[in-house]
Structures are given as structure tokens and as C-alpha cells.
Design a protein around this ligand. Structure first.
Ligand code: MRU
Length: 350
């Protein structure tokens, strides 16, 4: 599998996801500002990949500074972190990763560690997050594979795959693990308007793994469910609130309602870094509004009349009551989610 992002001596090399599947090209970011830019423009996307990218963005900011001491560098460090945090508001992994880098910086600074040594330690921390992300995907894949049908159709929305993480994927990791176990799964990938993560990215990466995949337009899911072609739904998440409400790519809410109506299990797979215990319910999750041109234009061509009103919320919230289970690297959670999440959180602390 081609890596989503790679640290190199020159900077971070990103597979350009805006050009897939027709072109496999790369963007090299050598500054924290360039990392912020590739996140905003969705060269790299998907909550876990955004988080790790931001961590490397912090590293580049520290590596490039002209400051000679930690005291001199501190205000610049704050500006770098604030810039990266201002890129995409919904994916909580972004804030989780930046906070982790901030805490390490603060601890090292308090221990009078010299700036050159801090640079190396922050780089090591970003590498660790990268490795942890892949490990989390593999573990949640193993948990989730048990829940997949031995045979049948599995619908997914957007791309929660290797391309949205440092490798293997969350929802697609569950599917991969099920296929590795010999389950006979036919994936249905919602095209995922307007950015087409399903049609372009999920289809591309599953085909590379030779997992049988069929792309459908978003508005075809209900009909396929009614025909009995879908046995389970598995999606990723950008943020899961303390009550289990899950924000994911716009249209996920529709799929959750459809699954309930047709008696199909609806699973959300996400690493613990996507769980936001500080946000009580989905109503408090900030929803990113993206540029209108993503809706008005298709493949560079305008498809709507000049001047028409446009909305482009990039995410919606699937209420916890529609979620059959939340699959994490710590285990599988079931309703009531407030208790299940709290218990798993405190078990990990003790
Ligand atoms: O706007 P995107 O492409 O970053 O949205 C991605 C999703 O909605 C994914 O499902 C989510 O981030 C989980 S990725 C493992």
C-alpha cells in the first residue's frame, strides 16, 4: 500500500489525494505553513491522518525556527500550533495531536531541555503517533472483523481507509481484517458527494487490495438495502461525543437512518483519539462548512446556475441511538454509550 504521508529528511511527503485515482503524485511540505495548507486543501484528509500530519507540521515549525533558545521560541511555537489547529474544525484528532505535542514541549521546556534536543524529541513523538495509529487500526480491525457477515454486502461512506490514516484504515481496516479471515465480502462504496472520497479513494484503495468493490451514488443506498444486498454498514468518525453521537462525512446520518429502517447493523470504527469526552453530545460538535465551489463545480465544470444559494457542510452527526456498536482499539462498545465510554476511559487510566 502506498503510504498516505511519509517523513523524509526534506519534510513530509504527502500522497496528493485530490488527484487520485487518476494520478499518483506527491506534495512535499517543508514548513508548518505548507502542512496547514495541505490539510485545508485536502491533499491529506481523514481524521487520524490529519492529526499525525499536524504533529509533523509542529515538528517542521520547530526544525525551521531561527530562535536560539526555548524562551525565544515559545511565542512562535504557540503561533505554529494555532495555525495548524485552525485548519479543519471537526476532526478532533487534529486537536488531540497538537495538544500532545504542546504537552511534551511544555514538559521538556520546564525541564530546561535545550531546543536542539526538543526538536529530536518532538520528531520522535510524531513518529510514535504514526506507528500507534497503524497499530490502533489493526487492533480495531481484529475486533471489528468478528462483527462482519461471513458473506454479503457491506456498505461504507466516504473513505475511512489506509488513505485516511497512516495505514490499514478504521472502517476499511475492519473490512480488510474480515477479508483476511476469509469472509466473502462485497463492499458497496457510497460515492460521497461532493468531494467523492468513496468513488475516488475507497474504490482505489480497495481495488489495490483486490477486495470486491462496487461504487454507488449516495442516493442508491436505500434501494440496495431494500433489495437485501447490504448486510452491514461500517463507517469512520471525525469526532465521537461523550454520549456516543458520531460526526462523520456528510450523508452518514442518512445512511444510519436507512440502516435502522432496514434492520441492518450500523457500526462506527474509530481510534480512541477520535473520542471527545469533553463534548457532551453531537449538538456541540463544530461542523466544518467548506467552499461552495465543491458543490457548484464537478470535475472543474460548473453544474449549477450562477448565483444560486449553496450549502456545503462537510459533516453530519449520526445520533448514538442508530449506532449498533462503536469499534475502537480498546474494544467494542455498545449502548448505553455514556456509561460504556466512561468505563473504558477510566479502565485505560487505571
Ligand atoms: O473530509 P474528509 O475526507 O477528511 O472526511 C473524512 C471522513 O469523514 C472519515 O470518515 C473520517 O475522518 C474517519 S477517517 C478514518
Amino acid at each position: 500500500m502506498i503510504p498516505t504521508l511519509t517523513w523524509t529528511p526534506e519534510g513530509v511527503r504527502f500522497l496528493d489525494q485530490t488527484r487520485l485515482p487518476l494520478e499518483e503524485s506527491y506534495v512535499l511540505a517543508t514548513t508548518s505553513e505548507q502542512v496547514a495548507d495541505v490539510i485545508v486543501t485536502m491533499v491529506v484528509r481523514g481524521a487520524p491522518a490529519i492529526g499525525v500530519s499536524a504533529a509533523y507540521g509542529v515538528v517542521l515549525g520547530v526544525m525551521n525556527t531561527r530562535a536560539r533558545s526555548v524562551a525565544e521560541f515559545r511565542p512562535e511555537f504557540e503561533r505554529i500550533c494555532a495555525r495548524l489547529a485552525a485548519t479543519r474544525p471537526t476532526a478532533v484528532n487534529l486537536f488531540w495531536a497538537i495538544d500532545r505535542m504542546k504537552s511534551l514541549f511544555a514538559a521538556l521546556a520546564a525541564a530546561d531541555v535545550p531546543l536542539d534536543e526538543i526538536k529530536q524529541k518532538l520528531l520522535a513523538e510524531a513518529h510514535l503517533m504514526y506507528q500507534e495509529d497503524i497499530a490502533a487500526c489493526k487492533t480495531m480491525g481484529a475486533f471489528g472483523a468478528d462483527l462482519m457477515p461471513d458473506q454479503g454486502g457491506v456498505l461504507t461512506h466516504c473513505n475511512a481507509g489506509a488513505l485516511a490514516t497512516c495505514g490499514y484504515g478504521t472502517a476499511l481496516g475492519v473490512i480488510r481484517a474480515a477479508v483476511e479471515r476469509g469472509k466473502n465480502i462485497q463492499v458497496y462504496a457510497d460515492e460521497t458527494r461532493p468531494f467523492l472520497q468513496g468513488a475516488r479513494l475507497t474504490a482505489w484503495e480497495l481495488m489495490a487490495d483486490r477486495i470486491p468493490t462496487t461504487v454507488i451514488c449516495d442516493n442508491m443506498a436505500a434501494s440496495l438495502m431494500r433489495q437485501g444486498k447490504i448486510q452491514a454498514v461500517v463507517v469512520g468518525a471525525d469526532r465521537i461525543a461523550a454520549n456516543g453521537d458520531a460526526a462523520n462525512k456528510i450523508g452518514t446520518y442518512n445512511v444510519a437512518i436507512l440502516a435502522r429502517e432496514h434492520g441492518i447493523p450500523f457500526y462506527v470504527a474509530a481510534p480512541w483519539s477520535t473520542i471527545d469526552m469533553a463534548t457532551p453530545t453531537g449538538d456541540q460538535i463544530p461542523i466544518e462548512e467548506r467552499p461552495a465551489t465543491e458543490v457548484t463545480h464537478h470535475a472543474g465544470k460548473q453544474v449549477t446556475p450562477h448565483g444560486v444559494g449553496i450549502r456545503n457542510p462537510a459533516f453530519d452527526v449520526a445520533p448514538a441511538r442508530y449506532i449498533t456498536a462503536i469499534i475502537t482499539e480498546r474494544g467494542v462498545l455498545r449502548a448505553p454509550y455514556p456509561d460504556a465510554l466512561r468505563q473504558m476511559e477510566s479502565a485505560a487510566r487505571s
